[in-house]
Design a binder for this molecule. Structure first.
Ligand SMILES: [Zn+2]
Length: 159
């Protein structure tokens, strides 16, 4: 398994800040970015699940990316997320063709924070298990910098 690059850490820093901004703007503290291999930002998004329960940050970023580029172009792109993509978002990653995922906090760590909060009934399925069922590989790197990733969630969830 490969390791996170300097570029990965640069975009993780950006996506963690964007997750805090999502919270500051009244949304759940999640954010995602799709970035080309050369470092060009293709899309970035925050959570919008208050108006659409399927509007997770990753889905929002993936939809924008998918409207701009086909799966051939997205194969070498990376999805950055402050938390591990849920089963839906892992599916969205697969269908968009994005070939690589880098995330900060694991789904298991998120569950420890959200508990039984009805706002986030965690779908506890590691994204690697979803990708393993696909017909082409998706590289996954994470968890990374979990303590830092928890900060945007501190006191947010009603366990
Ligand atoms: Zn999701």
């Amino acid at each position: 398994m490969s390791n996170a690059t300097d570029q990965d850490h640069e975009f993780l820093t950006r996506v963690l800040a964007l997750a805090q901004r999502s919270r500051d703007e009244g949304h759940h503290p999640f954010a995602a970015m799709v970035v080309a291999a050369d470092g060009t930002v293709i899309s970035e998004a925050m959570n919008a699940s208050s108006s659409d329960r399927t509007a997770h940050a990753e889905m929002n970023a993936l939809r924008q990316a998918s409207q701009r580029h086909g799966p051939e172009q997205l194969a070498t792109a990376t999805l950055y997320a402050n938390a591990e993509p849920c089963a839906m978002c892992a599916g969205g990653t697969y269908w968009s063709g994005v070939g690589r995922v880098v995330y900060a906090m694991s789904e298991a760590s998120l569950l420890a924070l959200t508990g039984s909060d009805p706002e986030n009934p965690t779908l506890s399925l590691p994204c690697r298990e979803v990708f393993a069922r696909g017909q082409r590989p998706t590289e996954v790197i994470g968890p990374l910098r979990e303590d830092e990733a928890r900060q945007a969630h501190a006191g947010f969830w009603k366990k």
